[in-house]
Design a protein around this ligand. Structure first.
Ligand code: DAH
Length: 339
């Protein structure tokens, strides 16, 4: 019996399978309910007492090795299991991936940045929580100016020196404090005003500020820059500048572009005039330069500021400013194809 077990052990050790069926046949042969191991254990009863220990050990060894062999061949590392169970068609299209959409405010902001960066403007940013100096005083806003009224400005914790910036012009001041001319920068950002919310006004909105300072900068440079911008941004090449007032610029102007009167919407948004106001601008007031330690005798410059929501509403014919902040996916999804 001992010899027989030894032969069977060798058979187990040498066994290899080419298919899962072979492994199963092997398992039934050795370990099945009528298999060799079972049979040998039945015969074991007749083994004389003196050999019982030795043969019992050999028999156990045979059973262990046969079991391990089956497990090893069936295991995941066995090449037999690496065969794909079904054919995979690699040319089939993937499950459709749902792409997000950029917010229209970001789209328009990026377009504005793109247009100005092509003529050498950098992008700069400043804090949304500002102090009085950067938001008002340095910008030549006298204390009695209506823009300082509590109605317009959100103050933080009743401290009149800590406020939410009411415009991105504050970044002009910060930029001039840190950079000396020549300066060419635009500053996009979020601004806050204590206003009633309606279809055309919101207490949170976005602006882009522009600042250009160098020697011999004239109003003609400002006009040319604005004309370039309106052509690139809107494809419109007719603009007009109306005299206006801003404390930080002198002279100041409001910029209108000729939108035309072709459609009913044109009539509505231009109130029947064909002209549309898109930004404020002017030559930087010498006081503002002086406040930032820039010599107004040596340098001059221009500045402008525009609202991003207003431009996005124009470009995409969005009727209500509140739609930008409602996060309604039916609205936002419409901008999927725009980068
Ligand atoms: N800060 C102004 C506003 O919020 C916009 C503005 C007007 C900015 C004229 C300027 C400027 O730089 O020159 O309404």
């Amino acid at each position: 019996m001992k010899n027989k077990i030894q032969e069977l052990l060798e058979e187990v050790q040498q066994f290899n399978a080419n298919a899962l069926d072979d492994i199963e046949a092997f398992r039934i042969k050795f370990l099945g309910s009528k298999g060799i191991v079972k049979e040998l254990f039945a015969d074991f009863k007749q083994v004389e007492a003196a050999s019982k220990k030795e043969i019992g050990q050999a028999l156990n060894e045979l059973r262990t090795q046969a079991t391990e062999k089956v497990n090893a061949l069936k295991s995941s590392s066995s090449p037999l299991n690496k065969q794909p169970k079904e054919e995979i068609d690699f040319t089939r299209p993937e499950q459709p991936v749902s792409l997000g959409a950029r917010h229209p405010i970001s789209i328009v902001k990026n377009q504005i940045i793109d247009v100005f960066s092509r003529i050498g403007f950098t992008v700069s940013e400043g804090p949304e929580i500002e102090d009085d100096w950067h938001n008002f005083t340095a910008l030549n806003l006298p204390e009695y100016h209506p823009a300082r009224d509590m109605q317009d400005t959100f103050f933080i914790e009743k401290d009149p020196d800590v406020l939410l910036r009411t415009h991105t012009s504050s970044v002009q001041v910060r930029y001039m404090e840190e950079h000396k001319p020549p300066i060419r920068t635009i500053s996009p950002g979020r601004v806050f005003r204590n206003e009633d919310i309606s279809a055309r006004a919101h207490c949170i909105f976005h602006q882009v500020e522009g600042l250009y300072i160098d020697t011999d900068v004239s109003f003609a440079d400002l006009k040319q820059t604005l004309l370039y911008f309106t052509k690139e941004m809107f494809g419109k090449s007719k603009i007009r500048l109306r005299p206006s007032y801003f404390p930080f610029t002198e002279p100041s102007a409001e910029v209108d572009i000729y939108w035309g009167l072709k459609t009913e919407t044109d009539y509505r948004i231009t109130k029947g005039t064909g002209w549309l106001e898109i930004m404020g601008c002017g030559m930087v007031d010498p006081n503002v330069l002086r406040n930032a330690d820039i010599d107004p005798e040596k340098y001059s410059g221009f500045a402008f500021g525009m609202g991003i929501e207003r431009i996005a509403m124009l470009l995409y014919q969005i009727p209500d400013i509140r739609m930008f902040y409602e996060n309604d996916v039916r609205f936002l999804e419409q901008f999927k194809s725009v980068i």
